[in-house]
Design a protein around this ligand. Structure first.
Ligand SMILES: Nc1ncnc2c1ncn2[C@@H]1O[C@H](COP(=O)(O)OP(=O)(O)O)[C@@H](O)[C@H]1O
Ligand SMILES: O=P(O)(O)O[C@H]1O[C@H](CO)[C@@H](O[C@H]2O[C@H](CO)[C@@H](O)[C@H](O)[C@H]2O)[C@H](O)[C@H]1O
Length: 473
């Protein structure tokens, strides 16, 4: 057998990467879709694909990389999945392969020996030319809050293993490939990717993209952490304004604006740019209104703002026409990394809650601009609320003083202006009335999305998007 159902439930229920939390689900099936070549005696490194079925008739596939050992491995006790009679390999002690250096070494080697594409069974490893892999590098599984799982190979490369996988193109891989080949300095270079090529995966597609390997950004600091540090600096200097404090972020915000403008320009050059007018603008406004309607069921506190939000969305129908292109789709400070060579943008998968087909559609570049601006609003509010501590250490929002609230809005406005000015200048675009209408609509749409996201994931932070609506009403 592949992974037994009760062991799978145990694994999934506790996994950060499982997106079906809070929903009723059953296991529709598990399939062994591939094994890594050249495993030593006593080890088999497999990939199982679990199909999860929900009450509403929808299903999701989740990827489970497994290490099947003939003997128990004490060093991997923290990654133990279970012990069972495997249909291919007999009695096995099974571990999450991403924790296992031996197994990860085989994954890395499979990328390194791929010549274009290399197919052990249904698995097809691909590599782009130009990078010599460090095959001696030890693997380390990232421990952060992630929708997927990332494994670093020393300081050489980083493999992202997609957990929830969907038949068809993975935008994270497709966009990284295009930007890498275009020589963009604002992404980690793509080194390779892993496809599952299989007619049984269903739908129109016969490929599921399972993982990507890219440059490890050695000197990276998380943009969100840097922004929080800047706000803390400001709050520590009660008498100073944002531009007078050592940790002023405006220069970085401007550099982020330039980076995004350059990424958007590259995406516009290599993916189609389309014009949307009339019915398409009506549909865009309608989609935002639809998201608001759905959000009102989840967050009744949005109700007082619904009228104003509908007006903002409705103004999209008055525009003559807009250009749409490939965008990031879920941009915020946590998707940016500051390195010694400037800002990098990561995670081009789009909003995790949207279906893949929707995430692949071209959109207005203002969606990404709005995403970053929302982050500039979040950072000071989070510090004011929690002191920048983790959710577990969160203090009561009532503790926010007037002085801090003033400083918070000053920090947000300063960085928003610096970012926006740099972005528009580098794209050669005025913030004219069409652009302002679009930006306001995307900001409002993002706030609605955040209200739902916070209500579901971090109820203590719901006040942050709600406060933003209060500021503008
Ligand atoms: N190329 C890279 N080098 C170093 N760290 C990275 C790189 N890409 C992403 N990271 C780090 O890994 C984290 C998770 O990456 P991300 O692509 O956002 O994964 P997920 O899709 O699981 O959310 C990021 O917040 C960032 O800190
Ligand atoms: O990083 P993900 O793709 O999983 O994005 C989701 O989670 C984000 C939070 O981690 C969420 O972002 C919101 O909170 C951020 C601070 O934690 C803030 O900087 C963002 O502006 C705010 O939208 C994101 O919306 C969600 O899709």
């Amino acid at each position: 057998m592949t992974i037994p159902h009760d062991q799978l439930r145990g694994l999934i229920d506790h996994a950060r990467w499982f997106g079906g939390k809070g929903r009723e689900w059953t296991l529709a099936g598990v399939r062994r879709v591939g094994e890594l070549p050249d495993a030593p005696d006593g080890l088999h490194v497999a990939i199982d694909l679990a199909e999860i079925a929900y009450d509403d008739g929808t299903t999701d596939y989740y990827q489970l990389p497994l290490a099947l050992y003939a003997e128990p491995q004490d060093r991997l006790s923290h990654a133990f999945v279970g012990e069972w009679d495997d249909e291919d390999h007999g009695h096995a002690f099974v571990y999450d392969a991403l924790h296992d250096r031996e197994s990860m070494g085989l994954w890395l080697r499979a990328f390194a020996v791929a010549e274009g594409a290399n197919s052990p069974g249904l698995l097809a490893f691909h590599r782009l030319p130009g990078h010599e892999f460090d095959l001696g590098a030890h693997s380390t599984l990232f421990s952060g809050e992630q929708s997927n799982s990332s494994v670093a190979f020393g300081e050489d490369s980083l493999m992202k293993v997609f957990r929830k996988v969907t038949p068809g193109v993975n935008p994270d891989i497709a966009i990284h490939q295009v930007l890498t080949e275009a020589g963009s300095s604002h992404v980690a270079a793509l080194y390779g990717w892993l496809d599952l090529v299989d007619d049984e995966v269903g739908g129109t597609y016969s490929t599921i993209q399972l993982a990507m390997l890219q440059q490890f950004l050695r000197t990276a600091s998380d943009g969100w952490d840097l922004a929080l540090a800047s706000v803390r600096n400001l709050f520590a200097e009660a008498d100073l304004h944002a531009d007078e404090v050592g940790g002023d972020f405006a220069g970085e915000a401007a550099r982020l604006g330039v980076a995004l403008a350059e990424v958007h320009a590259d995406l516009a050059e290599h993916f189609p740019v389309e014009r949307r007018d009339g019915a398409a603008l009506d549909a865009l406004a309608g989609a935002m209104e639809g998201r608001l309607d759905a959000a009102l069921d989840v967050v009744p506190d949005l109700a007082p703002y619904a009228g104003g939000l509908r007006e903002t969305f409705g103004r999209l129908r008055e525009l003559d026409g807009i250009d749409v292109q490939q965008v990031h789709g879920d941009l915020h400070l946590g998707q940016t990394l500051r390195t010694v060579k400037g800002w990098k943008i990561v995670d081009f998968e789009g909003e995790p809650a949207k279906p893949l087909a929707e995430r692949l559609l071209p959109d207005s570049a203002w969606r990404d601009v709005a995403g970053m601006i929302r982050s500039f609003d979040y950072a000071p509010r989070v510090v004011a609320m929690t002191g920048g501590a983790s959710l577990n250490q969160q203090r009561d929002i009532d503790a926010e003083s007037d002085q801090r609230a003033y400083r918070a809005s000053e920090w947000a406005a300063r960085n928003r202006a610096a970012f926006l000015d740099a972005y528009t200048t580098h794209r050669g675009q005025d913030l004219d009335s069409t652009a302002s209408t679009l930006l306001e609509a995307y900001l409002a749409d993002k706030v609605v999305y955040e209200a739902v996201y916070e209500a579901r994931n971090r109820p203590g932070w719901l006040s942050i998007p709600l406060a933003a609506l209060g500021d503008t009403s």
